[in-house]
Design a protein around this ligand. Structure first.
Ligand code: G3D
Length: 181
């Protein structure tokens, strides 16, 4: 029975990956870069956009939430069957790192996200003077996370640095867990 279920999920090649983060973190630009679109024409996200990208045949759902804090409460409606969470951080935004930590740790308390692994993208690494991954790891208190498997990678939506590596980590990790079902 277990092997039938496993095969069904693998055959569907369905993997739900949610990409979230504060506004201005670079989520839209990351998606554009992954899809080889022009990254210089990103307009601010006003509201709530969902994009699906196919990566190695898997479906990745990208949640792009605008600046309004009130919208963040709606994230929870879409947590069902999430395999991985990508949390995008603006590595140049020291001011909101505390805010960013609160939002992330709040998310990790969600029961429906319990099985999901977490990739933290420290974005905008191309900007001189941006925070290092160690700064962000400390600021977000990642070492305190014991409920989820996690990793952090610096990346740049502008240059494309580490975007593929990040998605590879997510897909490989989720695949391994699907085999355990
Ligand atoms: P969001 O979807 O998370 O809200 P956006 O964020 O993708 O709209 O990006 C917000 C701003 O950050 C944009 O600049 C975008 O060009 C910039 N940005 C995103 N990723 C990077 C990156 O890796 N490096 C640099 N240098 N800038 C990045 P504007 O000026 O349009 O607000």
């Amino acid at each position: 029975m277990l092997s039938i279920l496993r095969k069904a999920r693998l055959k569907d090649k369905e993997m739900r990956v949610l990409m979230l983060g504060l506004d201005n973190a670079g989520k839209t630009t990351i998606v554009k870069q992954i899809m080889h679109e022009d990254v210089n024409t990103v307009s601010p996200t006003l509201g709530f956009i969902i994009k699906t990208i196919d990566y190695q045949g898997y479906k990745l759902n990208i949640w792009d939430v605008g600046g309004q804090k009130t919208l963040r409460s709606y994230w929870r409606n879409y947590f069902e069957k999430t395999d991985a969470l990508i949390w995008v951080v603006d590595a140049t935004d020291r001011f909101r790192l505390g805010d960013c930590k609160e939002e992330l740790h709040g998310l990790l308390l969600e029961e429906r996200l319990m099985g999901a692994s977490l990739l933290v993208f420290a974005n905008k690494s191309d900007v001189k003077g941006c925070m290092s991954t160690d700064d962000i790891k400390d600021g977000l208190k990642l070492d305190e996370i014991v409920t989820h498997k996690w990793t952090i990678l610096q990346c740049s939506a502008m240059t494309g640095e580490n975007l593929t590596e990040g998605l590879d980590w997510v897909v490989t990790d989720a695949k391994e867990r699907l085999f355990l079902y």
